[in-house]
Design a protein. Structure first.
Length: 122
C-alpha cells in the first residue's frame, strides 16, 4: 500500500450517516481519559476504521473554537491511526469534555491514550 495514503484521513474514514452513528451509540462501549470521552464499536464490518469528533456547544459557544478543537483531534488521530490494532475495523467517537482550549500536545496525548485503551480492550 502507498505510504503517503496511510497518513491521510479520507472521506471513507469519517463516520457519517444515521445507521452507522445510531449503531455506535446503541451498541458501543465508552470510556474516559483526561479531558476526553470516547465511544467505540469494534468489528464495524467495513474492514477500516471510521471516526467522528464532537465538541459540545455547551462548552464553546463560538464555532471558531469548536472547529479548532475538532481539527486538532482529527490531526492527532490521523498521525496515530496506524497504532490502532483492531481487525475488521472500529467505529470511534471522540467527545471533548473540558471547558478549556487545550494545546495540540495535550490533545495528541489524550488521543494516544484512547487508542491504547481500545487496543487493550478484548
Amino acid at each position: 500500500m502507498d505510504t503517503s495514503r496511510n497518513n491521510t484521513l479520507s472521506k471513507e474514514e469519517r463516520l457519517c450517516g444515521k445507521t452507522g452513528i445510531s449503531q455506535l451509540l446503541a451498541r458501543g462501549r465508552h470510556g474516559n481519559v483526561p479531558d476526553m470521552r470516547y465511544l467505540f464499536l469494534k468489528d464495524n464490518g467495513k474492514g477500516y476504521n471510521r471516526i467522528m469528533v464532537s465538541v459540545p456547544k455547551k462548552f464553546f459557544k463560538r464555532a471558531v473554537k469548536r472547529n479548532l478543537l475538532k481539527r486538532r483531534i482529527r490531526e492527532s488521530y490521523r498521525r496515530q491511526k496506524n497504532d490502532l490494532k483492531v481487525r475488521n475495523g472500529v467505529d470511534l467517537l471522540f467527545m471533548y469534555s473540558t471547558k478549556e482550549v487545550l494545546g495540540y500536545e495535550a490533545i495528541y496525548k489524550a488521543v494516544g491514550q484512547v487508542i491504547t485503551k481500545i487496543n487493550e480492550s478484548e
